[in-house]
Ligand binder design. Structure first.
Ligand code: HEC
Ligand code: HEC
Length: 216
């Protein structure tokens, strides 16, 4: 009898997971104790999706993460682990990312986040065609947390937006609005952000994203 397709898919999944464990295991043997060197080693497991320099890969909806602040990368990895992100059935990109975060040891998160923060942001070119002029007005309430310069605010846990891919910003605004992000009890900062998306139409989202890109 021929194996079912689902069985084959499962075998492939198990194999890639085994490879990941092997890489992590190998890293565990002669691993530097902590800090940037450890982060750099661990980052090898991220490059298949986020790219060697952390510049991202739009084809698999993996955003550029290079140069995101350490505090934000830490909270997001913890958020994926806790199921604040990447658990909603419709959130395919998030579902791909969550197992990666779960595979990290709690102690490794600061090192990998430090390494990601040390990389130079890619500032990928625009892919959308929103109206930046209209977006400027829509951005007015966002200033309170993300700043007039779009560089974010650590105290308010609001990340920088200027360096992010436009398709990713749009995707996250939609995720917040539809409850794939910022809707789980305990996700204080996600919930704070979600409220700001509920009244935004798809068009308004594209416009505000176009405006954010002009802040570069
Ligand atoms: C299998 C592909 C894949 C791998 C491997 C992967 N990621 Fe991701 N990552 C994604 C995708 C897809 C997203 C977008 C998720 C979403 O839209 O919510 C993402 C999102 C993220 C985010 C959120 C960015 C933001 O602005 O909020 C961070 C941080 C991140 N990944 C870090 C990592 C790190 C660190 C590693 C290595 C330990 C890693 N990723 C490995 C696919 C991957
Ligand atoms: C009250 C403060 C606050 C306001 C106002 C606010 N945000 Fe946020 N925003 C946040 C916080 C906090 C996060 C991080 C949430 C988390 O940790 O998941 C965030 C995250 C985001 C993200 C996800 C970025 C990423 O890398 O994944 C986008 C996109 C975003 N905000 C856009 C906006 C836009 C556009 C507006 C205005 C319409 C806005 N925000 C208004 C606090 C705010």
């Amino acid at each position: 009898m021929r194996p079912q397709l689902t069985t084959i898919v499962r075998i492939v999944e198990v194999r890639s997971f085994a490879t990941l464990l092997f890489v992590l295991g190998a890293a565990a043997c002669g691993r530097p104790a902590t800090g940037l060197a450890l982060g750099e080693e661990l980052f090898e497991t991220c490059t298949p999706c986020h790219g060697a320099n952390g510049g991202g890969n739009p084809e698999i909806a993996a955003p550029g993460i290079a140069g995101l602040p350490q505090w934000y990368v830490e909270t997001q990895l913890q958020g994926f682990q806790a199921g604040f992100r990447g658990k909603h059935a419709d959130d395919l990109p998030g579902l791909r990312m969550r197992p990666m975060a779960i595979s990290l040891r709690e102690d490794d998160i600061p090192s990998i986040a430090e390494y990601v923060a040390s990389l130079t942001p890619a500032f990928a070119p625009s892919t959308l065609h929103g109206n930046a002029g209209a977006g400027a007005e829509i951005y007015t309430p966002c200033v309170a947390c993300h700043g007039t310069d779009g560089l974010g605010n650590e105290v308010l846990h609001a990340p920088p937006l200027v360096q992010m891919d436009d398709w990713y910003l749009l995707q996250e605004l939609q995720n917040f609005k539809h409850g794939a992000r910022g809707a789980v009890t305990g996700d204080t900062w996600g919930i704070t952000m979600r409220v700001n998306t509920l009244a935004l139409s798809d068009e308004a989202m594209e416009d505000v994203v176009a405006y954010v890109q002009t802040l570069r």
